[in-house]
Ligand binder design. Sequence first.
Ligand code: C2O
Ligand code: CU
Ligand code: CU
Length: 503
Amino acid sequence: MESTVNRRNLLASAGILATSAVATRYGFAQMSSMPGMQHGGAVPPKAVIQPIEGQPLPMLKEVGADANGELVAELRASPASAEIVRGMKTPTLAYNGMSPGPCFVAREGDLVRITLVNEIPGQESTIHWHGMPVPAEQDGNPMNPVKSGGRQTYEFRLPEGSAGSYWYHPHPHKFTAEQVYRGLAGAFIVKPRGEDPVPAAFGDTPLFFTDLRLASDGTMPASTRVDLMNGRQGDFVLVNGAYKPELSLEAGTRRRFRLYNALNAGYLRISFGGIKFALISSDGGLLEAPVADMTEVLLAPAERAEVLVPFDGSQRSVTVQSLTYDRGWMGTGAPSAAAVNLMTISVTGSAAASIPPLPAKLRAIADLGASTITKRFVFGETIKMGGPEGMSMTFLINGKVFELGRIDETMKVGQPEIWEIVNPTDMDHPFHIHGTQFQVIDTEKAGKRVAAPFKAWKDTVNVASKETVRITIVQDMPGDRMYHCHILEHEHLGMMGTLRAGA
Ligand code: C2O
Ligand code: CU
Ligand code: CU
């Protein structure tokens, strides 16, 4: 029996079937040989331990291009351990021993040559350059895995106009969600070739958000069935790898922050203690002009934004928070509805200091052109009862569970199309596609259509429960590209397809 309509009832009457016999079926059996692995029950274990907090905000380790405009680096993905809780060793996965991995910084026109060395025992991996305009065969898709013990060099040139806040993470078939929550992800900043329209005096501070759950022994428990269904949400949100870190700034500054939601499933609705800030960029780089007087910005998993936040000294201690957001939750174990404190900014120096003005313009964003070709992508969920496995859940796009090697859609290189992404389910799903940046046309919910308030380049867009989002999209390069829900556990359970762009 399959049902999408009666899911809540089914789950309730099944009491989520919270037995470990069912839960382990969803566990990552392949990982059981790794240090710190264990199968959890259906309800996420509550943390009884606290990470170290209040350290200075760690700066990401930058790896830049050389004088010839070439960024050559090696990324070793391997088991590591971190002291997240004082006196305890948490087994993690890390790039070059770091989580988040190094922050790559390059300029438009630069050549990037990065070698992945996969030292993860027993698992394939890849490096996917999330949001970046790289050729399909260099993009670390599941169909191009790097075996455990293997290596692969990814090479691409950053085109003009590609400046923006991107990131990278593994994308192997069936291990993406797990490798990411264990610590594999990092930032990739592309700077403009010419002058940056954002004054250098504003600084440039990436805030790379991840989250984690810790068992009482300091290890990360395996994902449970509830995690897979809702997306795994940790108990602690980290900023640049640290829990509730502190940053000190001078009064009278306007600071540029690059905000990255690198959580597997958690949404971040970020506020800076109520301070009115300006939004200046989306996933694919700068907007046309700053959007002033914002008090919060919602980032679904994988979304990024850049903001300019003024600190005039009237607030001496600014708490950066994630406000509550209801993304739909199935069954037990819903995260707390309270706002979450992410970090603290202490403001020093004389109060009422004057703030340098915002830039008036940032850049022009081209129109993608009109299109008569429309495609429709409908999210779905199924629960199957009975059979040898008891209850199981899959996540679908257009009624299909992902299958490696199957081409689900085709499009012509250079030809814009309108895509309608429809979410009839009870949960939000962030839609993401590889290899390009698209523009949102409008959103529609309960018969109300709202045009996108400004032009912006996006590679991930949240499609709220019962909402339809329309986008204009072009692929400039041929090849096979993944599109999927960026709640990584939903991607894991099948909410992904393959697009083939061709001549
Ligand atoms: Cu962030 Cu398919 O990826
Ligand atoms: Cu991606
Ligand atoms: Cu989803």
